[in-house]
Design a protein around this ligand. Structure first.
Ligand code: FRU
Length: 470
């Protein structure tokens, strides 16, 4: 009897997620501890380097940021390296915050923000811009005369330098909050020597509609335009738009290097429509494609993976292009094909069939005719529904629970093509060849299986296994 009672209590009170491993198979995640923004994305000695905001001491809180470090030859297979930077200087003692890297003459130049808390003072923190270098791609040395930008008139929120070179000058864009912390903006700086920087213009600013702070700004030329990609905080939800705590989006325009002015052509649009996509960073790949990677999580979500010793993933790296109507199209890098395992399903599919995913991971390639359509990614704890409403012309990701729905309008021409990457606790859903993407975390219980909702029919449905790459 006692044994039966113990078994009954175990079944009732066990953590429903306990049997599932949320650690990803083909996305970069910390070995343990907390991960947020991608940083210092660059190519050094023929390898991609990706640093990231990292707390090695806890998976439950961001703590005091360090820079974690990983390398890859193809942007899909990653190897972890030792921690690159610790918060060990007076100007970064409360966080080695986000930043970027450029590589010149065999040296990696890293620009980052040092965060200093000032308890009992107003403002209660300050942020300095600092430089560090590496000549071997592993050991990073902080510049002895840091900080290189004090930002005296611009405190307390001035951070996340993104640096690039144009001609013989260096350019840096920094996120800032102005008007007593009520409005966000991006500031442009120029340097002749990588060390002394002068502010030359305000690249973009919020009139209120774009929130109170621009985090992780990025600025680059693409397909004849300039793209300002950033993560504004404080945009209010508007219908289907801006439903996450913070957003990531872009403004497309023209930039004049003679006047340092950016002129807007296409206004702010969200980059991804899912729940968990933040703090992007871009870099050119070996073939000159612009690749974007983001933190696959959202502030204040505290997902249950933290009980498994880690928090945060990176998204799949995505190649971006500008479309003729001023949108960014995004497709996972081609080398994702090297993570593909066996094909486990291929053919027309109807609602009677169920495909179980090995290790709860898989790639779905779906082609369907123009009519209502719904794919269910199910587990014992519920389902994530990806659907298309052909009358309203809306595509939806519904992960269930509180605030489960994310949607956007889609007026497809021609084929209806979806590509979905399912990793242990994440779904990346690309539709219309990357014109829309939804990236959302989910926490399945038991085996994950895929099927179509009643009355849905696919012309072609392909399910591939995925292999471990990290
Ligand atoms: C964005 C951000 C950055 C900051 C970093 C701190 O997620 O808040 O603005 O540098 O994270 O970890």
């Amino acid at each position: 009897m006692l044994i039966l009672l113990i078994i009954f209590a175990f079944i009732c009170f066990r953590n429903t997620y306990a049997e599932n491993n949320f650690y990803p198979l083909f996305h970069l995640a910390p070995e343990f501890g907390w991960m947020n923004d991608p940083n210092g994305f660059c190519i050094f000695n023929k390898e991609y380097h990706l640093f990231f905001q990292y707390n090695p001491n806890s998976s439950y809180v961001p703590g005091i940021a360090h820079w974690g470090h990983a390398v890859s030859k193809d942007l899909i297979h990653w190897k972890h390296l030792p921690i690159a930077m610790y918060p060990d200087k007076w100007y970064d003692k409360d966080g080695v915050f986000s930043g970027s890297a450029i590589v010149e003459g065999g040296t990696m130049y890293i620009y980052y923000t040092g965060n200093v808390n000032l308890p009992n003072e107003t403002p209660d923190h300050k942020q300095y811009q600092a430089l560090a270098t590496s000549t071997d791609g592993v050991n990073v040395i902080k510049y002895e005369n840091n900080p290189i930008i004090n930002g005296t008139q611009l405190q307390p929120d001035i951070r996340d330098p993104k640096v690039w070179k144009h001609g013989d000058k260096y350019y840096m864009v920094l996120g800032n909050s102005y008007n007593d912390g009520k409005l966000g903006r991006a500031l442009l700086y120029i340097s002749d020597d990588r060390i002394n920087w002068e502010m030359v213009s305000v690249l973009a600013e919020s009139d209120g509609s774009l929130g109170y702070m621009f985090e992780c700004p990025d600025f680059f030329e693409l397909d004849g335009y300039f793209v300002f990609l950033f993560s504004p905080q404080g945009i209010k939800p508007q219908g289907n738009k801006y439903r996450n705590l913070y957003q990531t989006g872009y403004i497309i325009g023209k930039f004049d290097y003679a006047t340092n002015k950016f002129t807007v052509i296409y206004n702010f649009r969200e980059f991804d429509h899912g729940h968990d996509f933040y703090a992007t960073q871009s870099q050119l790949d070996e073939d000159g494609n612009r690749v974007v990677i983001a933190w696959f999580d959202m502030w204040e979500e505290n997902y249950p993976e933290n009980a498994q010793g880690f928090t945060g993933h990176m998204t799949l790296p995505r190649i971006i292009r500008v479309t003729s109507d001023g949108r960014l199209i995004q497709t996972p890098v081609k080398s994702i094909a090297s993570a593909r395992g066996r094909n486990i399903y291929s053919g027309k599919m109807n609602s009677g069939e169920i495909v179980y995913l090995k290790d709860n991971v898989g790639e779905l390639l779906i082609l369907f005719r123009f009519r209502d359509f719904e794919v269910l990614i199910e587990s014992d704890s519920g389902s994530v529904k990806l659907s298309y409403d052909s009358k309203k012309r809306i595509v939806t990701l519904d992960r269930g629970g509180n605030d489960g729905i994310r949607r956007t309008s889609w007026r497809p021409k021609g084929k209806l093509m979806w590509k979905v990457y399912i990793d242990s606790s994440s779904i990346e859903f690309f539709c219309a060849e990357g014109k829309f993407a939804f990236s959302s975390r989910y926490f399945p219980s038991g085996s994950v299986r895929v099927r179509l909702a009643p009355n849905s029919e696919a012309e072609e449905f392909i399910v591939n296994e995925m292999k471990r790459t990290v």
